[in-house]
Design a protein around this ligand. Sequence first.
Ligand code: MN
Length: 725
Amino acid sequence: MESFAAHYGSMYQAIQRYMPGTDMTMIDRAVEYAREKHKDQKRKDGSPYIIHPLAVAEIVAEMGLDLDAVLGAILHDCIEDTDASHDEIAKLFGNTTAELVEGVTKLTRANFSSTEQAQMENLRKMFMAMSKDIRVVLIKIADRLHNMRTMQYQSPQKQISKCRETMDIYAPLAHRLGMQKMKWELEDLSLRYLDPKGYEEIMEYLNAHKEQDEAFMATIQDKIKERLQGVGISNTTYGRIKHVYSIYRKMHAQDKSIEELYDIYAFRVIVDTIPDCYNVLGHVHDLFNLVPGRFKDYISTPKPNMYQSLHTTVIGSQGIPFEVQIRTWQMHETAEYGIAAHWKYKQGAGAGNEKDFEWVRRLLESQQDTDAEDYVHSLKIDMFDDEVFVFTPKGKIVSLPAGSTPIDFAYAIHSGVGNALVGAKVNNRITNIDTPLTNGDIVEIITSKSAKGPSRDWLNICKSNQARTKIKQWFKKEKREENVAHGKSSFEAEMKRLLLPLSALSDPELAPQLLKKLSFDNWDDMYAAIGYGGLTAAKAVGRIRDDINKAVKAQNEEKQLLRPMAEAGKVSRHAANGVIVEDIGSCMIKFAKCCTPVPGDDIVGFITKGFGVSVHRTDCPNAQGRNDPRQSGRWVRVSWANQEEQPFDTTLELECQTRDGLLLDLATVMTSTRVRVKELNGKDLPNGHSIFTVRFEVKNVQELEAIRNRLMNVRSVLGSRRGQN
Ligand code: MN
C-alpha cells in the first residue's frame, strides 16, 4: 500500500526541482479534482488510484516539461475512467490541458498490441500520428513507465502483453525521441517479465561481482578525475554498468556469456564546454590504451535523435576494456531526456506549438543510421501525412492512404466485404460511407446479402488503389452489358470532344488497324473495359487519335487533289484515254507501264499522289495491293469507255532461244499485222536466251491476243508476257 501523501510529496519536490516557479495552486486544484474523481477506484495493489496520476506527473516533471503537461498528467485518466468531460476540464484547467488529456485518452483507448511483427511499424506510426501534440506522447510514455514499475501486481498474461507492447512501441519511441534514460528503464523492466531467467542470470552475475566492479570503476574514475583536476578541467566523472537489456542483447547478438562480453562498463565525463570535451579525450587516450576503431565523434556528427557525445573505448591496466563518454552538461540533458530537454532550453511559453512539432517530425524522419549496434531497434518513421491508421472492431490495425473512406476500409478487409457494403459505423456511430477516416477510428462495415454491389461513384470516392482495383474487377465481371453501354458513351463523348469522326470506327479499312493499336478484338470488348474502369476513354482515344487524324488527312488530300482536275474539265470524261473512273468523274488517266492495259482487259485504277489515276490490269502484280486494307480507298473501279477507234500503246516481252535471224522473223510478223510498231529490240541473257520487247498500238485486247498468238508461233519463242520489267 502506497500513500497519497508520499506520492504527492515526491511529485511536489520534482516540480520544485525541475520546474522552479511553477504555479502550485493550479497543480493542487488539479490534484484535488483528480483525487475526487478517482476516489472510488483502487490500484491493483489496493492503493488509492490517485497515486498513479501523481507518479506520472512526477515523471513528467522530471522531464522538465511545462505546467500544461503536468496538469495533463495529473488528469490523464479522468476522461477514460471517470465521468469527467473534455469541456469540464477545459473550463477548469484550460483548453490546452483538456486537449492533452483527450489525446492521452485516445491513445489509451487504441489497442497497440499486436502479435504480428509486420504491424509494429504501423502501430508506432499511428501512435505518433494520433498525437498532434508531442506532449501527449511524453505523458503517455510516463504513464507506461509507471505502469511498468508496478507491473508485479498484474496477471502473468497481462504482464507479457504489456511488456511486449512496451518493447515494440514505447521503448523504440523513447529512443527515437532521444530519451535514453526512459528507454533503458522500459527495456529492463520489460525484460524482467519477458525473459525472467535471462534477466536473473545477468542480475545475479552483476550482484556477485558488485564489489569487484565497484572497486574497478572507482579506480578508473579516480584516475580520470585526478588527471583532469591536475590540468584544471572541472568535471563530473562517474562509472556505471551498462543497462541490463543492452548486456542481454549483446550476449545474444554475439552469442557470448557475460564473462566474455566486451565493455559492460561505461564512464561518463561531463564538462562545461565543447573544447573541454576534446581536451578530456586527449587525456583519456594518454592515460589508457586506445582500442582502435572504437572512437566516435557524435559532437561534430550528432545522431538522428540529437544525441551528442564523444565515445572512445580504452583498456586499463587490468586489461579490462571500458567505454568513456565525454559530453557537456547540455548534451547530457539532451541524452537523458531527449525531446523533453528541449523544453528546458526554450525561451518563453508556448511549448508544443507547431514549430516544436516540426522539430520532432524532422527528428522522426527516417535517417541512415551508422551505428548499427545502438540502432538495432531504431525506428523508421516516415512522414505519415499520407497515411491514416484505423481499427477493425476486433482491434486489428489497418493502414490506408490519407483521406480514405469506409469504402477503402471495406475493400482493405476483403473484396467480398466491399461488394456487400451497404453502410458503415465509425466509432459506433452510423456514418456516410464517403466520410474520410481519421487516425484511431474504429470502423465497422455493415454488409447485406442483397447489396447491389459497388456503385461507379465509388471509383471517384475511394482513395486506395486496392479498393479501386477491386471495384473495377467487380464491374468487369458482373456488368458486361452495362459496361459496354457505359464505355461506349464515354468513348464516343471523348471522340467528339477531340473532333474525331465516329465513322472512323466503322470504316472497314481503318477499324481493324485501330483495334490492333488498342489491343482489342472488337469494339464491345473495348467498351466493356472502359465501362468497368480498366481503361479510360481518354487513354483509349489517345492511342488511336493519330491514326484517325492521319487517315482523315489522307482522305482530304485525295479529294482536294481530284476535285480541281474534275472541275477544270481540261480532260473530258471520254477523252480520258478511253477510261471511265467511277465515282470521280473525269480526271487524269495514265496507263501503268508494268502491265500496259488495252481495251477489253479487266482493269482497276489507283489514285496516285499528283498524277491522277493510274490504270492497271487486275492481274498485274502491282494491283494486288488493292486487297490490302491500308491501301483501300486509293483503289477505284474503272472501266473502258465505248470508244473503239483510239489505239492504245501496249508492250509484249518475248523470251526466246537465241538464234540468228530471230529479230528479222519477229519484225516480219509484226509488219504483217499492220499495227503500228513503235519499238522492237532485244537483249541476250547469259543462259542462251534473249528477251525481245515489242511496243505497238492496238485497239483492244482481242487484237493484242491475236498478235501475241502469231508471235508465239515464231520458232524459238518460248514465252511471252504483257508489260515490261
Ligand atoms: Mn494511466
